[in-house]
Ligand binder design. Structure first.
Ligand code: UGA
Ligand code: MN
Length: 346
């Protein structure tokens, strides 16, 4: 045993250093070169290519968040101050603020709809986007989207009262719009313009600049409404004399929700102005509560000759089904995707 140990000691500790000097140098050099090669390889490896999909997803999410943060910093202020406006480069002095009330509710299309609407609104200066969700508990994805949107926004919750939830024809978005109006009554200290922008419409950004001058109530055509294809005030000599709409039914103002804007000043001067829970009569009843008549209506969109808003609507998708067993998704990007899908729960 002793002999064996002595031999090993001799081989490792004594014989090695006794190699010829040239060979020793070569060994050191070879070692150094190998180390250098390894180091270079490590530095130049495209780490993303060799990471697991889960880590790629994580990394992309972080990158997205960083981009959103930069956008956020760029937009300056995200939530209106006590006077109901934001500040920063999107808020030039002296420009009247627009208060855009958007009712929304959880469904498969909710985030796509808000993305489309929100990105249209990004083209508009001095705008407060009041997003009101028909829920008891906020949808996380909505909050996340708003936070990263770069818009000056207000998020509110307003669930449709239970007795209306049971109706066959529901007064959709009414609780939401009234909550938005209450916020405006309390906060819109510098005046401005109110517009009800449902999340299922398409907006030409020019309409936002046109409504900015609204003195009392302005009106304009909305495309893709009823079988007539358009809903619009009837304008003669620059004055509104009547309404062209597929559903007149005794309505004093037969207009679509997206077809009018109201000045904050006019709204504040009508303390009782609100939207009733009467399906199909929300628009006319709200306008009637403002005590206006046809002479007060300011026709926009080139005397209502152009369509700048459409009730596009979106194909209704079923909630996402649970993932099938035969596809292996463990430790993959699919987990992040599944979290973003609507599963039918409110
Ligand atoms: C339109 C009007 O916006 C409704 O106020 C009105 O009740 C309806 O016409 C009518 O005249 O009967 P519509 O296009 O039919 O509504 O309905 P949606 O687009 O589904 O809903 C209007 C808005 O309310 C949307 O922004 C939607 O996101 C929201 N909504 C809808 C809710 O907040 N909760 C709901 O349960 C359904
Ligand atoms: Mn709609």
């Amino acid at each position: 045993q002793n002999y064996k140990n002595a031999k090993r000691f001799y081989l490792i500790e004594i014989q090695m250093p006794r190699l010829p000097r040239r060979r020793q140098m070569m060994m050191v050099l070879c070692g150094a070169a190998t180390l250098l090669l390894l180091l270079t390889a490590l530095v130049h490896t495209d780490t993303q290519r060799y990471y697991s999909p889960l880590r790629i997803a994580d990394k992309l999410a972080t990158q997205r968040e960083q981009i959103a943060e930069v956008a956020a910093a760029d937009a300056d202020t995200f939530e209106p101050g006590s006077d109901g406006v934001c500040s920063g480069r999107r808020w030039p002095r002296g420009v009247r603020p627009l208060y855009i009330i958007t009712p929304t509710y959880p469904r498969a299309e909710q985030i796509p709809e808000l993305t489309r609407t929100g990105q249209t609104l990004l083209h508009v200066d001095a705008l407060v986007w009041i997003v009101v969700e028909d829920v008891n508990k906020a949808t996380k994805a909505v909050l996340h989207y708003l936070k990263s949107s770069g818009l000056c926004y207000v998020y509110l919750k307003a669930r449709m009262p239970v007795k209306y939830q049971k109706l066959k024809t529901k007064p959709r978005g009414v609780a939401n719009r009234n909550a938005g109006l209450t916020w405006i009554r309390k906060h819109a200290k510098r005046g401005g313009v109110i517009y009800f922008a449902d999340d299922d419409n398409t907006y030409d950004r020019r309409i936002f600049e046109q409504i900015r001058g609204t003195k009392k109530v302005s009106m304009f055509p909305v495309g893709l409404v009823t079988k007539l294809g358009v809903s619009s005030p009837v304008v003669r000599d620059g004055k509104v004399t009547d309404f062209y709409d597929g559903w007149i039914s005794n309505r004093k103002f037969a207009v679509d929700m997206a077809g009018f804007a109201v000045s904050v000043e006019k709204f504040l001067n009508s303390p009782k102005a609100a939207m009733p829970y009467i399906a199909g009569r929300e628009e006319t009843k709200f306008l009637e509560s403002l005590n206006i008549s046809n002479i007060d209506i300011e026709p926009l969109a080139n005397n209502c000759q152009e369509i700048l808003v459409w009730h596009t609507r979106t194909f209704k998708n079923a909630p996402a089904r649970p993932s099938p067993k035969e596809i292996n998704i463990t430790d993959s990007n699919i987990q992040s995707l599944l979290k973003q899908l609507w599963n039918g729960k409110r």
